[in-house]
Design a protein around this ligand. Sequence first.
Ligand code: SF4
Ligand code: SF4
Length: 174
Amino acid sequence: MAEQIPDHDTVPYWKAKSLEELSPEEWERLCDGCGRCCLNKLEDWDTGEIAWTNVACQLLDGEACRCRQYETRHEVVPDCVGLTPEAVRTLTWLPPSCAYRLVAEGRDLYWWHHLVSGDRDTVHQAGVSVRGRTVSEVGMELEDYEDHLVDWPGEDPGGVDATEETAKWSVWKK
Ligand code: SF4
Ligand code: SF4
């Protein structure tokens, strides 16, 4: 869906404000809709290392890259981590391309972000989103997650031994 192109003569809100200063509406609009944070992550108990999988949360629409039940998601997925400014600054697994992380780090949004391009499809066209690249967690055993390690969400799973026991890992969900 096309959106209004921002006026580049003025400083856009994500540059003018800190995360704490954003209104609820500005906060929600900042999400690029990539869906990467809705993939299951595995965390090494010993080292804290994060390994990404392409196993999507049961509520993620893998084509739209949107939560099917965003407003009431915690009724279905109680461990879905709600993002806050503090969470953005402390979570180790937010994708490096995440708009919240970029703003928290004082960086600008990429060209494909809808607030820059004016088009919510550019995140998909640029190959940044999870569209068409996920499998659902529904019916999948936890021990099988290690067969779905991927590095494209932005984290390098190098060094992760996919043969180690599943009990070694905690599962993170946005
Ligand atoms: S990774 Fe960040 S920008 Fe992408 S969907 Fe998640 S919260 Fe939104
Ligand atoms: S991780 Fe959270 S926001 Fe993402 S699809 Fe699941 S419930 Fe929705």
